[in-house]
Design a protein around this ligand. Sequence first.
Ligand SMILES: *[C@@H]1O[C@H](CO)[C@@H](O)[C@H](O)[C@H]1NC(C)=O
Ligand SMILES: *[C@@H]1O[C@H](CO)[C@@H](O)[C@H](O)[C@H]1NC(C)=O
Length: 147
Amino acid sequence: MNVLRRASRVLVSAAAIGATVLVLNPATASADSHGSAVRSGVAADYKWFTWDDLSVGDCHQTGGHLQLYSDGKLTFNATTWTTRTLSGDIWHSRFKLNNGSGQTLYTTGTYDSPTMWPSKHHTYTVQGTFEPSVYHAIARVVQHSEC
Ligand SMILES: *[C@@H]1O[C@H](CO)[C@@H](O)[C@H](O)[C@H]1NC(C)=O
Ligand SMILES: *[C@@H]1O[C@H](CO)[C@@H](O)[C@H](O)[C@H]1NC(C)=O
């Protein structure tokens, strides 16, 4: 989210609930969301997880596709765009790798999309790593997003 928009949202909150909002860190007002992968599968040496369309405020993601390799490498790709920004928006994702009971085994680092401008579609590609010892137990992935 850009700084101007974050600032204006804090001002709206201030008008609604009074001066106590002034102690809020503006970062706490930033939009975020999390989405569980809706489809997944297993291949010879990797597991894959995909997402339907995700939105965080004015930011949108479609076609999210994560591959986790048994040696601890990961790749992620998606198409992202924003419908409104003055200073450019960046989609930030991190992935919680969970077992079949929903216990988080590992949380990846946070990855950034290219800086997005209105009405352009951007290719968001990530190459990262995770702890390979958890590979076999991973059954679900939740993508946590901020923009
Ligand atoms: C992401 O990569 C997969 C295979 O690696 C491909 O099938 C898919 O089309 C790609 N998606 C996007 C949005 O680039
Ligand atoms: C998930 O991890 C927890 C904590 O280690 C464990 O108690 C539980 O049995 C695991 N569930 C599965 C389905 O592996």
